[in-house]
Design a protein around this ligand. Structure first.
Ligand code: PLP
Length: 433
């Protein structure tokens, strides 16, 4: 090529949640039956969409208007509905103009970092949902900047670490929180959120809160929305229906801009995000039409409550199976539907293995693990080959810890129990090998 073609940042783009699935598919083709614990898709884990929700969508499908374009920022009535929901929280006040729809939150995440100056950085949690850390790293042509979530302290953020990093790195312009968190299942407590708002205010930063799981809490927890705590600091909340409804195939999410009037730079940034959507014309229309009808239906709250209670029960069941394995650091979860389980220091070593009966599968796993790869990735490949369980190594969530992420989604109790008992067996055999 005449000039260098690929940006340096492209090397930050990786998504192990799907990469591991490629390996699992290869083994599946060899006849191994796979339990998919890699992706947060409730539908794939046998969740049944209620009939009344399907009826609403079916009616919309039968209307011609559903097939056209919609306004670039999204359907006005839907944005008004969502603005009213946020305003009812009693914190930051917004109008429909402060909301913009995207094709899933993944699209919103890609855009939010793309239009930040490459020299300005957003610090995010570690471990992190890698779509954020990859997109942020790619925009800056650099490794992501992170503050630590501490597995020895219920996965709460280390606020000292965050404060020191913000204080001594003037390129930091924003702080990301994912609340409730993917991949840890931690819910940011109110005082922690208030402290993060204070840090942002002290250093003139803006906040990003990925709140795609904000209504998915259980076992006594409540997630506070950014709107409730942000006061006068500029910020963006990211929300969507992929997890909550759940309708991930709809590719529908949105951003809410708070306190645009408090900072002209921030206001121009929000306008740029709206313009980025405008040059694409608009986002998926049908789910936008459905949102006020479904989320505004009297049956929705009970449905969500029941679904959350089920996740809470599964969280306890997993805790009962893996919570007392001495080689693991295990935390109970209170939000979203994942758990991240960490191997204690020194437990993982070179050359550890699981017995794999099928010679073809054994050979492949040996080939995948013959070079130096992170210890937890090696464990994950062996677990896949030996037990057919597809989890994601935590080293691929922008973390130096060794562990793996599982989901709390399997609706079939029998499969759920069997899966986690097999993971326990796998861990025990692997660490003793
Ligand atoms: C924290 C978080 N944000 C965003 C997304 C992406 O959501 P969407 O399906 O709307 O692109 C996910 C998906 O797993 C997620 O966990």
């Amino acid at each position: 090529m005449r000039q260098k073609l690929l940006s340096e940042g492209a090397s930050e783009l990786s998504y192990e949640i799907r990469e591991i699935a490629k390996k699992a598919n290869i083994l599946q083709d060899l006849g191994l039956s796979i339990i998919w614990e890699n992706i947060g898709d409730p539908i794939q884990k046998h969740h049944k969409m209620p009939a009344w929700v399907k009826d609403i969508i079916a009616k919309l499908v039968s209307e011609d208007d559903s097939y056209g374009y919609c306004p670039s920022k999204g359907i006005l009535k839907t944005r008004e509905f969502l603005a009213a929901q946020t305003n009812a929280l009693g914190g930051a006040k917004i109008t429909a103009e402060d909301i913009c729809f995207f094709n899933g939150l993944g699209d919103a995440i890609a855009k939010v970092y793309q239009y930040i100056m490459p020299t300005s950085r957003v610090i995010g949690p570690s471990p992190a949902y890698s779509t954020h850390s990859s997109a942020e790293g790619a925009h800056a042509n650099h490794n992501p900047l992170t503050y630590l979530l501490d597995p020895k302290n219920r996965w709460l953020p280390n606020l000292d670490d965050l404060y020191q990093k913000v204080k001594y790195n003037p390129s930091i312009i924003g702080i990301l929180i994912i609340n409730p968190d993917n991949p840890t299942g931690m819910v940011y407590p109110l005082d922690v959120m208030k402290r993060i708002v204070e840090i942002a205010r002290e250093f003139g930063l803006f906040l990003i809160a990925d709140e795609i799981y904000v209504n998915i809490t259980y076992n006594g927890a409540k997630a506070y929305s950014l709107a409730e705590v942000i006061d006068d600091v500029p910020g963006i909340s990211m929300k969507g229906i992929s997890k909550e409804l759940p309708w991930p195939g709809a590719r529908c999410g949105w951003m809410e801009y708070y306190n645009r009037d408090k900072d002209e730079d921030f206001n121009r940034f929000c306008e740029a995000l709206d313009n980025a959507k405008m040059i694409e014309v608009c986002s998926t229309k049908l789910p936008q039409l459905a949102i006020p009808q479904i989320l505004g239906d009297a049956r929705y709250r009970a449905y969500r409550q029941q679904t959350n209670e089920s996740i809470g029960r599964r969280s306890k069941l997993v805790s009962g199976i893996l919570g007392s394995v001495p080689e693991l650091t295990f935390n109970e979860t209170y939000g979203a539907f994942y758990n991240t389980i960490i191997f204690r220091d020194g437990v993982l070593k070179k050359g550890q293995k699981l017995r794999i009966e099928d010679p073809k599968i054994r050979e492949l796993v040996e080939q995948w693990t013959k070079d130096e790869i992170p210890f937890d990735k090696r464990f994950v490949y062996y677990l896949l080959g030996a037990k057919g369980i597809c989890v994601v190594p935590i080293s691929s969530f922008c973390s130096e810890l060794s562990g793996f992420r599982v989901t709390l989604l399997e609706e079939d109790q029998g499969i759920l129990r069997k899966t986690f008992e097999a993971i326990k067996e796998g861990v025990e055999e692997y660490v003793r090998s």
